[in-house]
Design a protein around this ligand. Structure first.
Ligand code: 5GP
Ligand code: ZN
Length: 113
């Protein structure tokens, strides 16, 4: 298995886990870009957003709602937070296992870099 996030899910590489259930795991990003920077990751290997199908709608909904719940736990629901899926090279995707970034705790700028 060569996928970094599959290795984290399998427990072969340590991560600072903040949430886990049967289909999702969430852990702190190793190189945080905000005071809160969590990655919400499906346990099943899906490379990019392009690889999702209608049967994954529940999974994606669970990822997005988990992102909101984790932000709320840190009281960022009121001030605001950002969720990001990077897809492929021009967007800056570097790990090809689907993940939703959740960033909070500072003012964000728009447009993103
Ligand atoms: P991407 O650039 O693919 O959207 O995001 C990948 C994210 O994974 C980056 O923010 C990067 O810092 C994070 N990352 C890369 N390797 C590791 C690791 O070994 N552990 C953790 N926790 N995060 C990682
Ligand atoms: Zn994977």
């Amino acid at each position: 298995m060569s996928c970094l996030f599959c290795k984290i899910i399998a427990g072969e590489i340590p991560a600072s886990k903040v949430y886990e259930d049967d289909q999702l795991i969430a852990f702190n990003d190793i190189n945080p870009q905000a005071p809160m920077h969590v990655l919400v990751v499906p346990k099943r290997h899906v490379a990019t957003l392009n690889d999702l199908s209608a049967s994954d709608d529940g999974l994606v909904g669970a990822m997005v709602r988990r992102a909101a719940a984790l932000a709320k736990e840190k009281s960022f629901d009121g001030p605001g937070y950002r969720t990001v899926f990077n897809c492929n090279g021009q967007a800056g995707q570097t790990v090809f296992h689907l993940h939703l970034h959740v960033l909070g705790g500072r003012t964000m700028t728009w447009p993103p870099g």
